[in-house]
Design a protein around this ligand. Structure first.
Ligand code: HEC
Length: 107
């Protein structure tokens, strides 16, 4: 029985393409965490567009770990030469953060 479940899980994993991140949940999290103040999906604001971020990290194996750190640990960024708090997501749900990072990387 166990073996059947494992086989089933594998075929499901293959069937779900990489862009299947939960967009609604990622957007809700960005909204709640005020990320759209400085970012948009496809236009540069004070921060880079998420499409730009996805392009920058395309094919880089360390992308997910790096962005997870970036969105969960407060840091400082320079905007027009002025240092500002970057901010971080307001939740600690690993699953939602992973979803968000994968969503950003698949723009
Ligand atoms: C005060 C404005 C501001 C806010 C608020 C903000 N960001 Fe940013 N973000 C920036 C700037 C500026 C950069 C570019 C920093 C750099 O490249 O050094 C950046 C970079 C990034 C990057 C790319 C990092 C990289 O390594 O290239 C990601 C991903 C990101 N932000 C996600 C988020 C998320 C998620 C939130 C909400 C929790 C958020 N940002 C909130 C300004 C902001």
């Amino acid at each position: 029985m166990k073996r059947h479940l494992a086989v089933l899980a594998c075929s499901l994993a293959v069937a779900v393409p990489a862009y299947a991140a939960d967009e609604a949940d990622a957007m809700a999290l960005l909204e709640d965490s005020k990320c759209f103040k400085c970012h948009s999906v496809d236009k540069k604001k004070d921060g880079p567009a998420y499409k730009e971020v996805a392009a920058k990290y395309k094919g880089k194996p360390e992308a997910e770990a790096k962005l997870t750190k970036h969105v969960t640990q407060p840091s400082k960024v320079k905007i027009d030469g002025v240092e500002e708090d970057h901010g971080a997501v307001k939740i600690r749900s690993e699953a939602r953060i992973k979803n968000l990072v994968q969503w950003i990387l698949s723009r």
